[in-house]
Design a protein around this ligand. Structure first.
Ligand SMILES: *[C@@H]1O[C@H](CO)[C@@H](O)[C@H](O)[C@H]1NC(C)=O
Ligand SMILES: *[C@@H]1O[C@H](CO)[C@@H](O)[C@H](O)[C@H]1NC(C)=O
Ligand SMILES: *[C@@H]1O[C@H](CO)[C@@H](O)[C@H](O)[C@H]1NC(C)=O
Ligand SMILES: *[C@@H]1O[C@H](CO)[C@@H](O)[C@H](O)[C@H]1NC(C)=O
Ligand SMILES: *[C@@H]1O[C@H](CO)[C@@H](O)[C@H](O)[C@H]1NC(C)=O
Ligand SMILES: *[C@@H]1O[C@H](CO)[C@@H](O)[C@H](O)[C@H]1NC(C)=O
Ligand SMILES: *[C@@H]1O[C@H](CO)[C@@H](O)[C@H](O)[C@H]1NC(C)=O
Length: 397
């Protein structure tokens, strides 16, 4: 008997509170006795006090958010900024190593070297271009194929040129292919291949190279520089594919898909192998490990970096948004963050197989006909699969 009575008490109390709130709201509903609308002007800032996040990336993002918020920026004079936001000293040259991170990131000294390198240069987004192709988009292409590559990967680039990355006219559409490179530096024990690269670039005129250390955690730098490059050199491209140099891309299928898109769909296009509900790996042994001192929170939906396809319109918006998103060491997650910045999410398309296809289908030409991307493939496999797809007598059900 005791239980139902208690429940009744609770119900009655909740109803009383609701009634009270209702009366309170109707008395204060913004109309005075004559029915005029009352405008209430807050006498002081009404937003909550900014509390610094415990993770370094999140804190850097808070600073960027304030700098880019016209209302907040106008109202926070530098004198009343909290100490942690009043961090102007190292911004005079963002490309000098920022040694303040050594104390600002609490476990800095015990982090793997790649994190230290990333953190020291996290503010730097501009690196000189060493090899450029200023004329490559003189005629705006329908599709720009941009392949992230590393200087020593000559065979992969050549296989791509001979197969899915054939530039020119494919299925009656103009296709331009470029390779995005940083510096394969002596610091990472790379042999000096600069003369070979120079020759390759003269021969094929499809290499873009910037002077930064080409490492896994600098792929975001490559992304940001590429977004800038598109705006300077290829802003007329209708669509852009960006991917790795160890994937097979069915360019025929992609062109076919793009041709069939409606106008609004084509404008807002961003498709790939989308990963949702992911977050940082906290296991130090995983390649994608991110420590808690660096980032907290979930990841936005993002398309796996093996390859994704988007419109030239989205490229311009990504470029804009990237200036307001702090660099994050994993490039495909970073692109997801930029998309979210302007209210977009990547769309999953089952033609993108960044985790490969079932083994029993891998040597079946017809398995590739309806796919857009398969990862991974060797240079020889790329040439073989392309030959299958280009054969006039290929007949699939
Ligand atoms: C914010 O700044 C604007 C322009 O400087 C000023 O007019 C306004 O009164 C400020 N608001 C607050 C709440 O400080
Ligand atoms: C913020 O920096 C400005 C300029 O360096 C300085 O005048 C001001 O006192 C600083 N404010 C705080 C709270 O440290
Ligand atoms: C190729 O494109 C041109 C110009 O856009 C057009 O005139 C021609 O009919 C197209 N050819 C085919 C086979 O679609
Ligand atoms: C990058 O490569 C260029 C040309 O090969 C060279 O001049 C430059 O010193 C390199 N930069 C670094 C940081 O190694
Ligand atoms: C990124 O490149 C810059 C410039 O070469 C270099 O100083 C930095 O250490 C690199 N970062 C990583 C994580 O490799
Ligand atoms: C980029 O940002 C500027 C300033 O906020 C805005 O005027 C412009 O329209 C934006 N461009 C795109 C493509 O979103
Ligand atoms: C196409 O025909 C040629 C010559 O008949 C043959 O050698 C080749 O294997 C065929 N290719 C396919 C994919 O069936």
């Amino acid at each position: 008997m005791a239980l139902p009575r208690r429940r009744l008490k609770v119900v009655v109390t909740v109803m009383m509170i609701n009634l009270f709130i209702f009366i309170l709201i109707s008395r204060n509903s913004g109309h005075d006795k004559n029915g005029h609308h009352k405008v209430r002007v807050p006498s002081k800032p009404f937003w909550t006090k900014l509390v610094p996040n415990s993770a370094y990336w999140n804190r850097e993002q808070q600073i960027l958010d304030i700098q880019n918020n016209p209302i907040l920026a106008a109202n926070y004079s530098s004198a009343d900024l909290p100490d942690w936001l009043n961090d102007t000293s190292f911004r005079s040259d963002p490309c000098q190593p920022n040694f303040r991170v050594t104390t600002q990131v609490k476990d800095y000294n015990s982090l793997p070297a790649r994190f230290k390198d990333f953190l020291l240069y996290m503010q730097c987004r501009s690196y000189p271009i060493l090899i450029d192709q200023p004329e490559i988009c003189k005629e705006s292409p329908f599709l720009l194929l941009a392949v992230k590559s590393l200087a020593p990967h000559f065979d992969r680039r050549q296989a791509i040129r001979e197969s899915w990355g054939q530039a020119g006219l494919i299925a009656n559409h103009t296709v331009v292919t470029i390779f995005l490179l940083g510096n394969a530096t002596a610091v990472d024990y790379h042999p000096d291949l600069s003369e070979m690269l120079h020759y390759e670039s003269m021969r094929h005129k499809d290499i873009i190279q910037w002077d930064f250390r080409d490492s896994f955690f600098n792929l975001t730098v490559k992304e940001v520089l590429f977004l800038e490059w598109i705006q300077n050199r290829c802003s007329g491209a209708r669509f852009i594919f960006k991917g790795d140099d160890d994937v097979f891309v069915n360019t025929y299928r992609i062109l076919d898909y793009l041709k069939g898109l409606s106008e609004p769909k084509a404008r807002d296009l961003f498709v790939g192998d989308v990963i949702t509900n992911a977050g940082p790996h906290r296991d130090k042994k995983v390649k994608y490990f991110i420590p808690e001192s660096m980032y907290v929170g979930a990841y936005p939906p993002y398309a796996g970096g093996g390859g994704y396809l988007y419109s030239g319109d989205i490229a311009a918006r990504l470029h804009n948004a990237s200036e307001r998103v702090a660099l994050f060491p994993i490039d495909d997650v970073y692109t997801g963050m930029c998309l979210r910045r302007f209210g977009m999410a990547p769309e999953k398309h089952k033609g993108f197989r960044t985790f490969n296809i079932e083994e029993k289908y891998r040597s079946n030409p017809c398995a590739y006909k309806s796919l857009m991307l398969v990862h991974p493939r060797t240079p020889q496999e790329m040439i073989q699969i392309w030959a299958w797809l280009s054969s006039p007598n290929l007949s699939c059900q």
